[in-house]
Design a protein around this ligand. Structure first.
Ligand code: SF4
Length: 396
């Protein structure tokens, strides 16, 4: 039997949020061009499937998509901004075993400033609470840590504990997917100190899953200091992303879109075994971007489980002798503290490029619609049409 893969399905590039660290909302896809059920049916068996966007719940046929993916996936997690509460609840009634991760970027004020969604925190929080009340088990927060919200890291973690929910972290990345090249952490020690506190909380818990999360967050400190990944990146070997146009890609971290093939026009085997796919794999092996996102780290941790396990054992042992994890275990953090490396040198190790012209990865038709209207206007009109259609259906 063929090996199951880890896949991320980007069902749309439309988004109703206005995140400061992601400009995807300015570059939406055209609904008619977005992944069809016919294309989704061609995907291979997966041990893990992440459904993401844009905002996936903007698609009114998301239920049909999940129904298809459910046939070929052992586990599905949907990443969402949590705004469309009714749609999320409705979908979860049919699929109580899927996971839902709602992006919350801090406590109320910080979250709303970063995500730019009207009453975004309360809507996300209410959705999470309703999902819990329904008995959904795999529910949690996702937070992208940056200068502005790092002080909210521990309060948000505590809130997730109180609600008995998963707490996933990330940090700023630049790529065509985020339509960003200027994301950068400015006050690295401050952000790292907040990660350090979180790591100690996680290590101090009784949950092995949280101990491994501690390792992931240790890797995030390493990442924001611009260092080589703690584990090699194996994207495109047993992991893939597929974008709204059916293009199969290794990941969402590359500067420009890298394409292994197109599932609208090819079969899965043709894409996966193509010369283009081999070229992409060669690029991945030589990639210098050093991303540390759960999508590329989780498969790497699975593959080299002994490495995070050894880290966990060493740090749990430290706890028994009353010592704690310290961010200064990382040589680069010590070097920066001791003035052996400058902020400018660390900035140069990041993927931030203030002069870059960002390629948004859109099709020619999606880009063309941006000539007369902004992405925000296009999505707002689209949502207004959806609301009008819902009203008509109710009145019928
Ligand atoms: S490090 Fe891995 S995930 Fe990041 S851009 Fe390179 S190949 Fe993609």
């Amino acid at each position: 039997m063929a090996k199951k893969l880890n896949g991320t399905v980007i069902v749309t590039y439309r988004c109703n949020a206005r995140c400061t660290m992601c400009s995807r909302y300015k570059a939406p896809s055209i609904p008619e061009e977005e992944l069809s059920l016919e294309t989704i049916k061609k995907l291979p068996p997966m041990y893990f499937t992440n459904i993401t966007g844009g905002e996936p719940f903007i698609r009114t046929d998301l239920k049909d998509i999940v129904r298809e993916l459910n046939k070929i996936s052992d586990r599905i997690v949907i990443s969402t901004n949590g705004f469309f509460t009714d749609r999320i609840i409705d979908l979860c009634k049919e699929f109580p075993n899927i996971g839902i991760r709602i992006s919350i970027e801090g406590l109320e004020q910080t979250n709303n400033e970063i995500r730019g969604l009207p009453d975004g925190f309360n809507r996300g929080y209410t959705t999470l609470k309703k999902l819990r009340e329904m008995g959904m088990k795999d529910v949690g927060f996702g937070m992208t840590v940056q200068d502005k919200n790092a002080p909210d890291l521990i309060p948000l973690y505590e809130l997730s504990n109180k609600m008995d929910m998963e707490f996933a972290t990330a940090s700023l990345h630049n790529s065509f997917y985020f339509v960003e090249a200027r994301n950068i952490i400015h006050d690295r020690p401050m952000v790292a100190e907040n990660f350090e506190k979180l790591i100690n909380e996680l290590l101090n818990s009784n949950s092995p899953k949280k101990w491994f999360r501690a390792y992931f967050n240790h890797g995030l400190i390493n990442y924001i200091y611009g260092q080589k990944r703690l584990l090699p990146c194996d994207m495109s070997f047993d992991t893939f992303f597929i974008d709204p146009y059916g293009d199969v890609m290794p990941c969402n971290g590359t500067k420009d879109k890298e394409v292994m093939g197109n599932l609208n026009t090819q079969s899965w085997d043709e894409v996966w075994n193509s010369e283009a796919a081999e070229k992409v794999r060669y690029k991945v092996r030589h990639c210098e971007r050093q991303c540390w996102m759960i999508g590329s780290v989780s498969p790497a941790m699975r593959k080299r489980i002994w490495k995070p396990t050894w880290w966990v054992i060493r740090h749990k042992a430290k706890f028994w002798t009353k010592k704690k994890y310290s961010m200064y275990e990382l040589p680069i953090v010590r070097d920066y503290r001791d003035g052996k490396v400058t902020k400018e040198e660390l900035d140069a190790c990041s993927t931030c490029d203030m002069k870059a012209c960002v390629n948004n990865g859109l099709s020619a038709a999606s880009n063309a619609q941006l000539r007369s209207r902004t992405g925000e206007e296009i999505v707002a009109e689209d949502l207004a049409r959806q609301t009008a259609a819902d009203g008509q259906a109710v009145n019928r």
